[in-house]
Ligand binder design. Structure first.
Ligand code: SF4
Ligand code: SF4
Length: 424
């Protein structure tokens, strides 16, 4: 790859042997105005390739173009003005799950998630009109507006058959369009109050996994926390950001800052949302919020109330945005380990992505399906009757994979197990 106009090529700027890349014919070279991966971020990659065996899309395809190193090389080529954001470039980026496994193992601490979100923000305006319309409706009109999500949940029974099959098989059958969480829940009488926390209800989480939010409130209250659910909150913006809709994501940051302005601790029970909210400061200066992943919070603060027995065998699925983006592994296991009679199984190759990744099942069905099948097989190999995952996307993906395989394995959030052990 030529780099004369920029002096000597920085280490790792050349595409490694075997890479397929990239014509300049279909797009003008360089980034368009607006958000784009920062050169300083791109230059952190030294092209060592240590991330390749950990990248799910590289594992499946064995193509450099579907690896973190290949994707960064493609971004660099655009950044250096020797290639443009053309359909080939878009295809490289779209196949990424944004699982951040590469970021987790990278010795140079490449901020891959941030770079990918910004690369995708360059791709968004260049998509075809039908794709732009669908994405505009989803990311600008439905997800950010709680009333639109309620309407979508209410219409689900009728609209279900109109959804693409892959989406249909993933969606939980039952939604809760009109359910509301209590604004404030106090610990039971006689329980010493440890403090007040605010709960992110979430968009998909509160309509399709409302019972997870209820269980979260019950367990926190039982352990001495007063739980508030501030009105005025909306989607955290993770899905918009991962898809390159950064202006919507920034609007949602502002809304969250307003809704949670008085909170000392914001508890988030969906791993994708907690990972994204912990990075708010990267999206907007000074926007950082005191966000805590629920299972880590319970672990770090400790359980005050001992759970009762629950004799079940549970396979624990690590969501990428908990394990990779936040380094959460031991904490949920330690919390569940407090439940007498509960046997916890590790899933073989448990650090592999399940292929949910927001809209990935719809946009990259073959890759998503292959990852889903592999995870379902791995869960079944444990012999567990329950699989626990702290992310709604993973729960839907695992549920669909297990149903496809004819397995009778219940999919729950880990907080629901704790809630059951408390008799909730
Ligand atoms: S491990 Fe990090 S530095 Fe090495 S190729 Fe992957 S992203 Fe680049
Ligand atoms: S985020 Fe995941 S899928 Fe994307 S390049 Fe990194 S490891 Fe591969």
């Amino acid at each position: 790859m030529a780099s004369e106009p920029h002096g000597p090529s920085p280490l790792g700027a050349d595409l490694p042997e075997g890479a397929r890349f990239i014509g300049t014919a279909m797009a003008s070279p360089g980034w368009a105005s607006g958000d784009a991966p920062a050169t300083v971020d791109l230059d952190t990659c030294v092209a060592c390739g240590l991330c390749l065996p950990h990248c799910p899309t590289y594992q499946l395809t064995r193509e450099e173009s579907a690896s973190p190193r290949g994707r960064i090389a493609a971004m660099r080529a655009v950044d250096q003005g020797v290639a443009g954001v053309d359909p080939t470039f878009s295809a490289f980026m779209d196949r990424c799950l944004v699982c951040r496994a590469c970021e987790d193992v990278c010795p140079s601490h490449v901020p891959f998630g941030r770079m990918m979100e910004r690369a995708r923000s360059q791709i968004e305006p260049r998509r075809g009109a039908p794709a732009r319309l669908v994405r505009w409706l989803a990311f600008h009109w439905v997800l950010p507006h709680p009333s639109a999500i309620r309407a979508a949940a209410a219409l689900q029974p009728a609209a279900r058959m109109l959804l693409p099959r892959r989406l249909r098989t993933m969606m939980p059958r039952r939604a809760h369009p009109f359910a509301r969480l209590p604004v404030r829940t106090d610990p039971p009488a006689g329980t010493a109050v440890r403090g007040t926390v605010a709960l992110l209800a979430g968009c998909v989480q509160d309509r399709w996994f409302h019972e997870v939010n209820r269980a979260t409130i019950r367990v926190l209250a039982r352990n001495g926390w007063r739980v508030e659910v501030p009105r005025g909150q909306a989607c955290c913006g993770a899905l918009a950001a991962h898809n390159g809709r950064l202006e919507v994501a920034r609007r949602l940051v502002k809304r969250a800052r307003h809704a949670f302005a008085k909170a000392d601790a914001i508890i988030v029970n969906a791993a994708g949302c907690s990972a994204h909210m912990r990075d708010y400061g990267e999206l907007a200066e000074g926007a950082a919020l005191p966000v805590h992943d629920l299972m880590r919070f319970l672990h770090d603060e400790g359980l005050r109330d001992e759970p009762g027995p629950l004799p079940v065998t549970v396979a624990y699925h690590d969501a990428c945005h908990a394990l990779r983006a936040q380094g959460i592994h031991a904490e949920p296991r330690a919390v569940l380990g407090r439940i007498p009679g509960l046997t916890l199984m590790d899933i073989p190759d448990g650090d592999r992505c399940c292929g949910a990744a927001g809209t990935y099942a719809v946009t990259q069905p073959e890759l998503s399906e292959a990852l889903r099948r592999a995870r379902a097989d791995a869960v079944m190999s444990t012999g567990a009757t329950i699989v626990a995952s702290a992310n709604p996307g993973c729960a839907m993906q695992l549920g669909a994979g297990l149903r496809d395989a004819g397995a009778r394995v219940e999919v729950v959030h880990p907080i629901q197990l704790l809630d059951r052990a408390y008799g909730g």
